[in-house]
Ligand binder design. Sequence first.
Ligand code: HEC
Length: 148
Amino acid sequence: MKIYRVLVLLIVVVWMSPAFADHEPMKAQCPQKRQTPKAPTEFVQQVNPLPLTARRIEKGKLIYQSQSSPLQCKHCHGLRGDGTGHLGLEALPPARNFACSETMHNISDGQMFWAIKHGIPGTAMPAYSDLADWQIWVLIHYIRQWGS
Ligand code: HEC
């Protein structure tokens, strides 16, 4: 009886092992193919008007991780901005990987502002029209500190 139990356990463990292999940390693509259209010119040319300070990055972090509604940015763009949020990797197209400087260095502050304020049609990226302009600019400071 005991041997039988050990055998069953062994079979289960062997059967499960490929599933363990699947638990490798998942990665978003870099460089990433962007499906976001180009923002109107008056947005694209804008540069973040708020000087970069540690307090502003802290505030941006708070909004990104817990205060943005209806859905916090982290759920798609990931806790570390690398695009590995549980909804972000599965979205089609997947959420932007802010840690990928190859893609991010081509995206202007104003382009990001437009995407956050109005959302991106045809993608999972929602509009955050309730955020005040300064909240969006501190979010952009926070996003940029991931190497973009
Ligand atoms: C439900 C998932 C989801 C949430 C929540 C979300 N995003 Fe996105 N985001 C996306 C997707 C999808 C894209 C578009 C990817 C593409 O164009 O290929 C995107 C793109 C972006 C871009 C890039 C725009 C560009 O021009 O390339 C920025 C900046 C951005 N999101 C910021 C944010 C911020 C800040 C928040 C929170 C306030 C947020 N996102 C919340 C899914 C999400």
